[in-house]
Ligand binder design. Structure first.
Ligand SMILES: Nc1nc2c(ncn2[C@@H]2O[C@H](COP(=O)(O)OP(=O)(O)OP(=O)(O)O)[C@@H](O)[C@H]2O)c(=O)[nH]1
Ligand SMILES: [Mg+2]
Length: 393
């Protein structure tokens, strides 16, 4: 009897184990029909097999992938060394993502040396338009014969002691002179009417959904900026004297209705050091190639300040634009959100920033800061300042 009972206990125990095993195995994979949020779980589509699900075309009416319409005779232009490769790669990526993937404009790269294969390979892969690589002729990147080398060397020593930024650099001076007077005359640039200058390590923070070159042409603009500020006085002590010398010699090149008020608070007697920051520029190359601008550059060049001081291309371009163009021909691109160390232009106006997917912090906007000259531009042109600017002062 005891043996039968033990035997029955074994059978009951074995049955319980079997039932438990059944439950464990059936609950170890949750039925796909029970996935949270899926009434009908996704299943393989046409074209796929059991292991690789297929795909379906989007029929939901997405906006067109690229912009339609005519292009302008325009190019991006970058002056760079081979060592700038990764910093210019970042800039290109931003310009492409925010603008050029929709327009596919060309990009001209200029260098005082030969570009190496790596530079060409990386940059041409990033640019959606054609890329062109030019070497700067020696005579555009060297001391002109009228420059006293000893005097120039002494200035560099003094500026080094005074710790003036790039004060002891020869190459920086060649760069500023080249950007002031030669880049637009490079053979590769002669094919174009419009340029957009891009430097290494810059950022664009908002989508640009229209053709900025066409905007310039349609609205009769010749020069443009996003940031403006005061120049270091130590780098340009005699620049304004050289400008006055030029205006006295070539009064015919000075435009009526110009932007003198942007440059001077005493009707031209002295320079207030305001300038447009030229690391960003969209401008007209034919204007830079005009007799007026060439006479201006040649006159300044002979004054020697690119080497005896450290004149930057930003005040040189800005003074030219402010004196030789009508004030309406200079455009402020409030909508191009831009950064070059250490300043940011983040468009004033929250709705604009949201609509254009901007990722800049409006608190970083430099426009209404005391060191910016952009207020002067608004006042001179009688343009009402954008709504909300007071909050950013
Ligand atoms: N090929 C070449 N390009 C140069 C040289 N020096 C500067 N550049 C380029 O000229 C432009 C201006 O030079 P930057 O060094 O950016 O001068 P910056 O903007 O005043 O100063 P940063 O604050 O350093 O950016 C950039 O596009 C540089 O890549 C040079 O010696 N050779
Ligand atoms: Mg720079």
């Amino acid at each position: 009897m005891a043996g039968t009972q033990r035997y029955l206990r074994y059978i009951v125990f074995a049955l319980i184990c079997l039932i438990l095993l059944f439950f464990i195995s059936s609950s170890s994979t949750v039925s796909s029909a029970n996935w949270p949020g899926y009434a009908n779980p996704p299943s393989p589509q046409t074209g796929g097999d059991a292991k690789t699900p297929g795909t379906t075309p989007n029929t939901g009416g997405l906006p067109p992938a690229v912009k339609e319409g005519d292009r302008m005779n325009a190019t991006f232009v970058t002056l760079a060394r081979n060592s700038d490769i990764w910093e210019i790669a970042k800039s290109i990526r931003q310009v492409e993502d925010r603008f050029n993937r929709k327009f596919n404009y060309d990009w001209v790269f200029l260098n005082d040396d030969d570009f190496n294969d790596e530079f060409k390979k990386v940059t041409s892969a990033l640019v959606s338009g054609k890329t062109k690589y030019g070497k700067i002729p020696k005579e555009h990147w060297s001391f002109p014969d009228f420059i006293d080398q000893e005097k120039a060397a002494k200035v560099r020593e003094e500026m080094k002691e005074k710790k003036i930024i790039y004060g002891d650099s020869i190459s920086y001076r060649h760069m500023c002179r080249y950007e002031s007077g030669f880049f637009f005359r490079h053979p590769l640039m002669l094919d174009y009417e419009w340029y957009w200058r891009v430097e290494p390590s810059v950022e664009l923070y908002c989508d640009i959904n229209y053709d900025t070159f066409k905007f310039m042409a349609d609205n009769k603009k010749k020069y443009s900026f996003t940031l403006s500020l005061y120049e270091y006085v130590e780098t340009i002590p005699t620049l304004w004297d050289a400008v006055k010398n030029f205006t006295a010699t070539f009064p015919q090149h000075i435009s009526p209705g110009n932007s003198m008020k942007f440059l001077s608070d005493d009707d031209g007697k002295s320079y207030n050091h305001c300038h447009f920051w030229s690391n960003f520029e969209i401008g007209n190359l034919n204007w830079l190639r005009s007799d007026a601008y060439i006479d201006y550059f040649t006159s300044l060049d002979h004054a020697g300040g690119f080497f005896y001081e450290r004149w930057g291309d930003a005040p040189v371009h800005s003074i030219a634009a402010a004196l030789m163009l009508k004030k309406e021909e200079i455009h402020f691109f409030n909508d191009i959100a831009y950064y070059h160390v250490p300043f940011t232009h983040c468009p004033t106006g929250e709705q604009y920033r949201l609509d254009h997917k901007c990722h800049c912090n409006p608190k970083d906007n430099f426009d209404w800061n005391g060191y910016s000259c952009t207020s002067r531009y608004y006042e001179l042109n009688n343009i009402p300042k954008p709504e909300g600017y007071e909050k950013e002062q």
